[in-house]
Design a protein around this ligand. Structure first.
Ligand code: DWN
Ligand code: SAH
Ligand code: ZN
Length: 405
């Protein structure tokens, strides 16, 4: 039996996605002899209820100089983080010498607004390429992994922070004991640690199983986050549901007793308990839905191929590695995947080796059907690609079930 990374309790596996590659490793055509694979499987801790991966991928294999995910590639996400920054400026950064820290600041999508407002800030970002781009936008960055030692170092040189923010990063970090100890060292007595990540409640409700891949180690609920925070002398004082990335929750953590918890916390935990969210029957049911989606998607793509229809994919997302490798998609069924990220273009998709082409390919070599790998950006992409549907093109979605629109 594997032990829970948070509490040491029993981790019970509920779904095995099999052999999977690094989700953000786009190799040059023909240069994938050394491709790294691991067993992607998820389990539930029957003690603290934290859902987590059964195997850990070493962090340097995922987050390095050439990490290809640039957060600012979506207009909706740019707006989301601008509003997030403005809210912090108005609520938490109002004292005489405010200081904001971000864990996983990527290309500066959030901190740029704080920097432009002239507020002291620091991004902590281990991936060199994205960190460098954020510096060119006037954002101050430490090109390191955040962990206890980094936090102690920052507190010594810059002092403690009013806000420690992190989006889509805390769920990437197996070693959360070191993170909470770091937050303890770096946060002012009345400061807040705010993080937002894909919500297990939404992953289960929509069967958005492609949120499960190497980089996403934890799948949080209000209950599991509260239990984790308590272990380190903190408490969950607020929760807020967010529509981005297919449904997330923003958790606000403060030192125990420092802030009055909002009623939303108890409400959300009660709702999770009522639906039996982090229980084996629910998660095993989720697994059955995953297998159905897999079978339906392969059947649909096989049928379209037999009918002589062309299919390309849209968005070389990290998430899509899970779908593509679980379904065994190859150029046989999906001729290419288009993506706006130069660092992914003219390379091949992880494990399945489907060519990644620039967005223009979609207009020059338009398929009959487009498999929307970036389904979390559906509204933005479908608006931008209105001409595709007007011209008779059809979108294939696989969340919450396989359907064509
Ligand atoms: O958690 C994570 C999230 C925040 O970002 C990371 N572990 C990795 C990454 O996950 P992802 O790759 O699944 O995220 P996205 O935001 O769904 O990726 C969108 C992809 O689609 C990017 O490669 C950019 C591309 N794209 C595009 O080609 N045209 C995106 C939009 C909006 C577009 O119009
Ligand atoms: N916050 C951005 C980026 C999310 S992608 C957004 O929401 O769009 C996850 C980011 O976390 C990557 O840029 C990766 O390099 C970074 N990361 C991974 N481990 C980290 C750690 N221990 N400390 C700080 N950043 C980390
Ligand atoms: Zn546990």
């Amino acid at each position: 039996m594997t032990a829970c990374r948070i509490c040491g309790g029993d981790l019970v596996e509920f779904y095995d996605f099999g052999r999977q590659p690094l989700s953000d490793a786009f190799h040059k055509p023909g240069q994938f002899q050394d491709e790294f694979f691991f067993r992607l499987a998820v389990g539930l801790c029957t003690d603290c209820t934290m859902v987590q991966l059964m195997e850990e991928v070493p962090r340097d294999k995922m987050f390095h100089e050439d990490y290809p995910y640039y957060s600012s590639g979506s207009a909706v996400m740019r707006k989301h983080f601008e509003l997030t920054a403005r809210r912090f400026i108005e609520t938490e950064l109002t004292g005489p010498a405010p200081f904001a820290v971000e864990i996983g600041s990527n290309d500066g999508i959030m901190l740029k607004t704080i920097a432009d407002a002239g507020i002291k800030h620091l991004g902590v970002e281990p991936s060199g390429g994205v960190a460098e781009l954020s510096r060119s936008k006037g954002v101050r960055v430490l090109n390191e992994f955040f962990q206890e030692s980094t936090a102690v170092e920052i507190a010594a040189t810059d002092g403690q922070a009013d806000v420690i923010f992190s989006a889509n990063t805390i769920c990437h970090i197996p070693y959360l004991d070191s993170i909470f100890k770091g937050v303890d060292a770096l946060l002012k007595p009345n400061g807040v640690f705010v993080f937002e990540d894909p919500y297990l409640g939404e992953i289960v409700r929509r069967t958005s199983f492609d949120q499960i891949y190497d980089e996403h180690y934890y799948f949080f609920t209000a209950r599991s986050v509260q239990s984790m925070a308590n272990r380190y002398g903190f408490e969950l004082v607020d929760v807020e549901r967010l529509p981005v990335h297919g449904g997330e929750t923003r958790y606000t953590i403060a030192r125990q007793g420092a802030r009055t918890p909002s009623p939303a916390v108890a409400e959300m935990i009660a709702e999770e308990n009522e639906r039996g969210l982090a229980t084996l029957p629910t998660l095993e049911g989720f697994g059955e839905n995953v297998t159905k989606i897999k079978d339906d998607l392969v059947a649909l793509l096989t049928k379209l191929k037999a009918e002589g229809k062309t299919v390309a994919a849209y968005g070389a997302t990290a998430k899509s590695a899970t779908v593509a490798n679980l379904c065994g998609l190859s150029t046989d069924l999906v001729s290419y995947v288009c993506d706006t990220t130069p660092q992914k273009q003219n390379r091949v998709s992880p494990g399945t080796h489907i060519p990644v082409r620039p967005a223009e390919a979609f207009h020059e070599d338009t398929p009959d059907y487009a498999l929307l790998f970036a389904w979390n950006h559906a509204e933005e992409i479908m608006a931008k690609e209105k001409a595709f549907r007007d011209g008779g093109g059809k979108w294939i979605l696989y969340v919450p079930e396989v359907h064509v629109v």
